[in-house]
Design a protein around this ligand. Structure first.
Ligand code: NAD
Length: 365
């Protein structure tokens, strides 16, 4: 008897349903190759949920997610819903509540540039020859975005803007564990990002990360100031394996790392709660400019499913099989339009052709 997982499938808007269909086909292929069954329940989220059920995150959708082991999320939003009040819009109305309801405190964003795609990066080919694979682990619920006091006080030119950066030891400990555990399944190196030369939260951050690091003697730990980290990412991205960041530093560095890969349609992300529950989604949005044309790149969604296998299903072998299949397909020259460069050996393919190519590679012995 194999394993069984319950997955809430929230495809959302724009290219969401198109790319989700391919990720689900890949999960079918995983079921065929490994002893596992994914029970899928579909639910509305985002703009389509507003249209059909009156709000971006309907109660029924929340209940389905609560009854699941993981959420596989597409993307939400589009011009049709842009004039709604901000809190009712698809992104704010669905993503923030989902993070809160499920305590999604750890955001994992891989920035991978596959060797076949080094030409898509804004960096010189000699800097990234052979590709790179960085995982940004970002604390998602604390730090300067959420700590109190916060606000604007006073009148006229006497006004002051206040933000507070606060981190407790348990908050730092739990995100550090996520980074070290992730590193154990990768290249076993963690770079902790801080600003310990000026920020007290960073002094505590460094001390606590150091202490947690001693529990993972197989993982090499080093510390880097955030300004240096930003420079090193551009100078020599291949030096990094896992980057451990507090909320704001992670927000900035994960976007910088993603841009270095030059292909938004390739990048997945995971937001994890305590335990094995997580939400998995592409780093990009609903791409309304290319929706319904069958040309969106499904790889970010497929790799999001792979992260789900990795972190919520503990099926590292299956996750690596998907990642390997994607790599093979790229090596063979298959390209959706966003990554097509017209080079010799490249073949331009549709969303479904890319999905089918990944499945064929997954089924190759
Ligand atoms: P976007 O990420 O949707 O698109 C930016 C560019 O990248 C577009 O040119 C798009 O065609 C391209 N792109 C993105 N994913 C792609 C893919 N898989 N294949 C090929 N090309 C791809 O960002 P945007 O245009 O700023 O936002 C569009 C909508 O998405 C907005 O309504 C925004 O609010 C929403 N959005 C949602 C999320 C989310 O659901 N998590 C995240 C970001 C933006």
């Amino acid at each position: 008897m194999g394993k069984k997982f319950r997955i809430a499938v929230l495809s959302g808007d724009g290219i969401g349903p198109e790319v989700m269909a391919e990720a689900l086909n890949v999960l079918d292929a995983v079921e065929g190759r490994f002893q596992v069954k994914f029970e899928r329940t579909f639910a509305n989220v985002g703009g389509i949920a507003i249209d059909k059920e009156g709000k971006a995150l309907p109660d029924r959708t929340v209940e389905i997610c609560k009854a699941s082991d993981a959420i596989l999320f597409g993307s939400v939003g589009g011009p049709k819903w842009e004039d709604l009040p901000p809190d009712e819009q698809p992104e704010r109305g669905a993503l923030l509540p989902l993070r809160k309801i499920f305590g999604l405190y750890a955001n994992l964003r891989p920035a991978i540039i596959f060797p076949a795609l080094t030409g898509a990066s804004s960096l010189k080919e000699e800097v990234i020859a052979g590709g790179f694979n960085i995982l940004v682990v970002r604390e998602l619920t604390g730090g300067i975005y959420f700590s109190q006091p916060k606000g604007i006080e006073g009148e006229g030119r006497e006004r002051v803007g206040i933000d507070t950066m606060r981190y407790s030891v348990p908050e730092i400990e739990r995100i550090a564990h996520v980074a070290f555990k992730a590193a154990q399944k990768r290249d076993r190196r963690v770079t902790s990002i801080d600003k310990a030369n000026v920020l007290s939260t960073s002094v505590l951050w460094r001390e606590v990360v150091e202490a947690i690091g001693r529990e993972y003697p197989d993982v090499e730990l080093n510390h880097m100031y955030v300004d240096n980290g930003a420079m090193q990412l551009v100078r020599k991205p291949k030096q990094f394996d896992v980057l451990l960041c507090e909320n704001m530093f992670g927000d900035i560095l994960s976007d910088e790392a993603a841009m270095l890969t030059g292909s938004l349609g390739m990048l997945p992300s995971a937001s994890l709660a305590e335990g094995a529950f997580g939400m998995y989604e592409p780093s990009g949005g609903s791409a309304p400019d290319i929706a319904d044309q069958g040309i969106a790149n499904p790889i970010a969604q497929i790799l999001s499913a792979s992260m789900m296998l990795h972190y919520s299903c503990n099926m590292v072998e299956a996750a690596e099989a998907i990642d390997g299949a994607v790599q093979k397909v790229l090596d063979k020259g298959f390209r959706t339009s966003d990554i097509y460069q017209g080079r010799t050996g490249e073949t331009q393919v549709s969303t479904s052709e890319m999905g089918a190519a990944v499945i064929a590679a997954l089924q190759e012995k």
